[in-house]
Design a binder for this molecule. Sequence first.
Ligand code: GLU
Length: 469
Amino acid sequence: MTVRVRFAPSPTGMFHVGGARSALQNWIYAKQQGGVFVLRIEDTDAARNKPEWTEGILSALDWIGIERGSYEGPYFQSSYAGEHRAAAQRLYDAGRAYYCDCTREAVQARTGSQYQGYDGFHRDKGLGPGEGRALRFRTPDEGETVVVDLIRGEPTFENKLIEDFVIARGDGSPVFLLANVVDDMTMGITHVIRAEEHLPNTPKQQLLWDALGVKPPIWAHVPVVVNEKRQKLSKRRDKVALEAYRDEGYLAAAMRNYLMLLGWAPSGDREIVPWSVIEEEFRLAEVNPSPAFFDEKKLRAFNGEYIRALPVEEFIAACQPWLTGTGTIAPPPWQPEEFDAAAFAAVAPLAQTRIAVLSEIVPNVDFLFVADPLIDEAAWAKAMKEGAAELLDAAIAAFDALDSWDAESLKSTLEAVGAERGLKLGKAQAPVRVAVTGRTVGLPLFESLEVLGRERALTRLRAARVRLV
Ligand code: GLU
């Protein structure tokens, strides 16, 4: 039997990091089993779906390493409406489903509770099809439904506690539960690896597989992803969109490594490992069923390590979208013609060791390309205290007299200027740094001054001095 797994997102919003995690787990499982990964877009909720979300899913998958053309699909659930309706009809014809026209209020009035499920009122009333009549599945009165789950063992559900659930609405349209099962059948899916949120649906869905006479798949419900307060990651509260991480400058390699650690770890106390190791060592059955904490701080640290591990040319190439403002990434504060690739290449190795996400490249190097430094007023106030004017005067004079404008000479010069005033180098640097870069923190100052060049550096120092008058 060939293993066939599927990833079945609904195109109703940005691509959730939890979805990316499930997609990767499916992808690796298929690869390990010599199986097939199927992409199915569950687009039947016409009111909430937008075509651009589908494109977003495809490009987010591409980015994370599940590339178009290397999997089966995408199939679109909406193209299988005929199959969904036929299955509903078969269940009705076989007596496994019946029509019901109870309103929610009527059920509540009878059961006395809005929490109790449907009470089976129409089970044996023989109501035929008709406008406004929902089709309900007749769940067995006895027995148990045992779900075989690679992560959770064998969750077991008593059938008598499962209500006669709706499989097609009053307008005849099949509901998600049924459509999802019929598609999995049509596509020959053998293993359903999906988010834990769907576990409550699983006994109902397995009953549908049984009633339709097809052997149910093996299930694997992967743990819910939570924030630091142990709340399920939500798009209203948390940063959940894979695209947001991509645009902030997370590397796909770091992201997918981190996502695979949600509920699982490679051997030997390692966390940062090559993708090939994950592909080899990952075991679905080893995934911890408890909620997995999505730790953004840890992800940032991870990303920093991945950035530092890049060959510098790759780092320079990876920065390009932020240096130019490509696609959904905001343009930098300089004009394209102000950018100087050689100057950037000169400071890139210094920046590479200091940033955790690629978007941070911009505030680190903007001083090289903008005409005037973008002065951060808080930084200015902090650096330009008592004695700053005198220090700048002395630094300007000493720098101006330098024969060679290089980092080492600049450093020893400022060291001497500071020492004359009883200042350590760190203190002496602050006004110079703010005058030249606009900020109190950034790349090493003397290398920055060297790359900026004598003329521009002195002009900025003089302008700052004038401002202090
Ligand atoms: N379309 C469903 C979702 O996005 C997927 C359900 C499933 O994987 O079975 O949550």
